[in-house]
Design a protein around this ligand. Structure first.
Ligand code: FES
Length: 109
């Protein structure tokens, strides 16, 4: 089941900025770029560095440690040394608040 979790007021994150948050027990990086918003796993698939400590380049988020780059829309790995993509989450702005979609695990009884 998908549920939206409210994170913070949209005007708290400036254009071109990014912020690390915890949602559904997972670290995510929220990105605001060119009027669009993105939510991705805040964990580089190379050596688990925080992407929120990296930088933005075009439509990519880049790891500060060894320079791997991931597509902001798809999470696809676009530059070595990462070859595995990262998870992306749906994001919406509701009533001026940033909300991100989290997959709820089904009850296992
Ligand atoms: S930890 Fe991200 S590129 Fe190596």
């Amino acid at each position: 089941m998908t549920e939206y979790v409210t994170l913070f007021a949209a005007d708290e994150l400036e254009e071109g900025g990014m912020r690390r948050v915890m949602a559904g027990g997972e670290p995510l990086v929220i990105v605001r770029q060119d009027g669009e918003w993105f939510a991705l796993a805040d964990r580089c698939s190379h050596e688990t560095s925080r992407l929120s400590e990296g930088y933005l380049e075009g439509g990519m988020i880049c790891c500060a440690l060894h320079g791997a780059a991931f597509d902001l829309r798809s999470g696809e790995a676009l530059r070595p040394p990462a070859y595995e993509g990262i998870a992306v989450h749906a994001l919406r702005i509701e009533g001026g608040m940033v909300q991100v979609a989290i997959e709820e695990e089904n009850d296992r009884g």
